[in-house]
Design a binder for this molecule. Structure first.
Ligand code: HFR
Length: 527
C-alpha cells in the first residue's frame, strides 16, 4: 500500500488531459474512426474515448503498479490502443509501443533493457514466448483482463509529475543495440505547443495516420489530431498493402489530411495516379522521416493541385524539430527542399565538428537543436545520453543542454536549413566525399527511372564501391550499367558514377516505412 493516503490523480501537465482538452468542447464528435468488424466504419467519440481511457486506468490501477513502472503496449494503432496509452499517461506508467509484427527476439531485447512490469496486448493479440515473471494482460472493448499479475511492489509515488517519462520508443540504433528514447510529459506538451502555432490541423480535419504504432510518427500524428479537436483515422496494415484499397479507404473515411513517410506515396503515384488525383476531400499532406524525392513530389503536386504539403523534419528525441510548407509549385531548378527553421519555441543551428557555430551560409555542419521538447535521455544508457545531450556550445556554463542530431545541413542567407543526410552516412570514394543525394538525383533523370537509391558498399577487398538501385516506370526497359555510368559521367565526377546496378520491382522499406538501405545492400546483384 502507498505510504500516503489515496494517491493524487490530478492531471496537471499530464498528456492525458492535454490531449483530451480540445475534445471537451465537442464530446460527441468522433475522436477516432477505424474500420468496424462488419466492414463499415467505427466512430469513437471524445466522450467514449475518455470513458474507455478512464475505465482502463481504473483496472490498471488495481494492479498496484507505481508511477514509472514500464508497460509494453502491443497493438496495431486502434481506438482501444489510444485509450490504453491515455490510461498509461494518467497513471504515470511509461509505455513502450510495439506491434504484433515485432520479432520476438527484438521484443525480448527491449524487455531485457526496460524491465517492464506488464505486457499489455490487444484482446485479440497472439504474442507468446515472453520471459516468465512478466505481468500479462489484455485490453479490449470489455476492459482489461489480467492473465498474470505483475510482481507485487511498494508504491512510493504519490502523483505523476510533468517531468516523468510518458513513453519509451526503442529505435534500432545504428550500432545494432536499440536505444530507448525517453520522452517526458513536459517535452511532449512543449512539442505540441510549438507545433500548434503552425496550424497544421483544423478541428474539421480527418487525419489518416499511416505509420505503425511502434513509430512515434504514429503516436505523434494521433496526438496532434486529438490536441486539435479533430478526428484521427489510424489506417490498418491491411488497408495499406494495396494502393487501390488504401485510396478507397481514404475516400470511405473522407480523409482531409494524410500523414506518412515519402515512400508511402511512391507506389500510389506510380500505379494509381488517377485515383490519387481523384482524392477530392484531401486538403493537405504531411510527410516526415526521409527526403521526399523531388520528382515524386512534383508528380504529387501535379495530381493534387492546390493542396498544402508539410515537410516535418525531426527525430524521436524531440518528436519533430521543424515544419515547413513545400513550395507549390516546386521551382524547376530546385535541388533540395529546405527544412526551414525550428518550430515555434525551438531553435536549430549548424555547428562544426568542434562544436563551434558555423557562421557562413552554404557550409555543411551538424544540426544542434535547442528546445523544451528534448527527450530525457536514452534508457539506462548514460554514455549515449551524454553524447547526444551536450552543454549548449553558446552557453556551456548555464547547464542548458542541446541535442546533437547527427544530421548534416547547411543554412541559406536567411537562416533556413537544408538537410544533407546523416553524419554516419557520409561516404568517401578514393578520398572524395560523395553526396549520395546528388548521385540519386542524376539517376532519377535517366529515362524510365521511377525510383533511385545510391549507396556505398564495403566491397570486401579494396576500396568501397558506389552501387545504384533503381525501380523503373511500368513498361520502361531496365538500363545497362555502361550507358547509366556514361549518363552520370555527363554531369558528375567519374568517382560518382555507380560501379554496380541493381534494378528492383520496388524499393524495400523498413518497419517504419523508410527506404531500407541494409536490405538493398543485401539485394545487390553479383557483379
Ligand atoms: N523531413 C525529413 N527530411 C529528411 N530526413 C528526415 C526528415 N525527418 C526525419 N528525417 C531523418 O530521420 C531521422 C529521424 O528518424 S526518427 O527518429 O525515426 N524520427 C522520424 O523519422 C519521425 C519523427 N520522429 C517525427 C516526424 C513528424 C512528426 C512526428 Br510526431 C515525429 C532524422 O534524424 C533525419 O535523419
Amino acid at each position: 500500500m502507498s505510504p500516503y493516503a489515496a494517491p493524487v490523480r490530478d492531471h496537471a501537465g499530464n498528456l492525458r488531459d492535454y490531449l483530451l482538452a480540445a475534445g471537451k468542447a465537442t464530446p460527441d464528435k468522433p475522436a477516432i474512426v477505424e474500420p468496424a468488424e462488419d466492414g463499415g466504419l467505427r466512430f469513437v467519440s471524445y466522450r467514449q474515448l475518455e470513458a474507455q481511457a478512464d475505465a482502463y486506468a481504473a483496472e490498471l490501477d488495481a494492479l498496484g503498479l507505481d508511477v514509472g513502472d514500464r508497460v509494453v503496449l502491443e497493438s496495431p494503432a486502434t481506438a482501444d490502443a489510444v485509450a490504453a496509452f491515455l490510461a498509461c499517461f494518467s497513471l504515470g506508467l511509461p509505455f513502450i509501443p510495439t506491434i504484433p509484427e515485432t520479432p520476438v527476439q527484438r521484443l525480448r531485447t527491449i524487455i531485457g533493457m526496460a524491465a517492464p512490469a506488464l505486457f499489455l496486448q490487444a484482446a485479440d493479440g497472439s504474442r507468446e514466448g515472453l520471459p516468465p515473471g512478466l505481468g500479462m494482460a489484455r485490453f479490449g472493448p470489455k476492459g482489461v483482463t489480467t492473465e498474470q499479475l505483475p510482481a507485487p511492489r511498494v508504491r512510493r509515488r504519490r502523483q505523476v509529475v510533468e517531468t516523468d517519462p510518458a513513453y519509451l520508443i526503442f529505435t534500432s540504433g545504428t550500432t545494432g543495440r536499440p536505444k530507448g528514447v525517453v520522452m517526458s510529459h513536459r517535452a511532449n506538451i512543449a512539442f505540441h505547443r510549438g507545433i500548434r502555432a503552425h496550424g497544421l490541423i483544423g478541428p474539421d480535419d480527418r487525419v489518416a495516420v499511416t505509420s505503425p504504432f511502434s513509430f512515434d510518427f504514429c503516436l505523434g500524428g494521433i496526438a496532434l489530431t486529438l490536441a486539435s479537436g479533430a478526428t484521427a483515422v489510424p489506417v490498418p496494415r491491411d488497408r495499406l498493402d494495396f494502393p487501390r484499397r488504401f485510396l478507397a479507404f481514404l475516400h470511405e473515411a473522407a480523409i482531409t489530411q494524410v500523414h506518412g513517410v515519402p515512400s508511402l506515396w511512391r507506389p500510389l503515384i506510380r500505379h494509381e495516379p488517377d485515383l490519387v488525383a481523384g482524392l477530392d476531400p484531401l486538403r493537405s499532406i504531411l510527410f516526415s522521416g526521409e527526403d521526399f524525392p523531388l520528382g515524386d513530389l512534383r508528380e504529387l503536386q501535379g495530381l493534387l493541385p492546390g493542396r498544402r504539403i508539410f515537410n516535418l523534419y525531426g527525430a524521436t528525441e524531440s518528436m519533430a524539430a521543424s515544419v515547413t510548407d513545400v513550395p507549390d509549385p516546386l521551382p524547376a531548378d530546385l535541388e533540395r527542399l529546405t527544412i526551414g527553421y525550428a518550430h515555434h519555441g525551438a531553435e536549430m543551428d549548424v555547428y562544426d565538428a568542434e562544436g563551434a557555430p558555423v557562421g557562413e551560409p552554404g557550409v555543411v555542419g551538424e544540426i544542434y537543436l535547442r528546445s523544451p521538447a528534448l527527450f530525457s535521455g536514452y534508457w539506462a544508457d548514460p554514455e549515449a545520453t551524454r553524447a547526444a545531450l551536450v552543454p549548449d556550445p553558446l552557453l556551456p556554463e548555464s547547464g542548458q543542454v542541446v541535442f546533437r542530431t547527427g544530421d548534416l545541413a547547411y543554412r541559406d542567407a536567411d537562416g533556413r536549413l537544408y538537410f544533407c543526410g546523416r553524419i554516419d552516412s557520409q561516404v568517401q570514394i578514393r578520398g572524395n566525399r560523395v553526396e549520395l543525394g546528388e548521385v540519386e538525383r542524376r539517376l532519377r533523370e535517366f529515362p524510365g527511372v521511377s525510383g533511385a537509391v545510391a549507396l556505398v558498399a564495403p566491397a570486401g577487398e579494396g576500396e568501397p564501391e558506389l552501387s545504384a538501385f533503381l525501380t523503373m516506370r511500368p513498361g520502361a526497359p531496365a538500363p545497362k550499367l555502361v550507358p547509366l555510368r556514361a549518363f552520370c559521367a555527363e554531369t558528375l565526377p567519374e568517382y560518382m558514377a555507380p560501379r554496380s546496378l541493381t534494378v528492383l520491382a520496388e524499393l524495400p522499406v523498413t518497419t517504419n516505412g523508410k527506404i531500407d538501405k541494409d536490405a538493398l545492400l543485401r539485394a545487390r546483384t553479383a557483379r
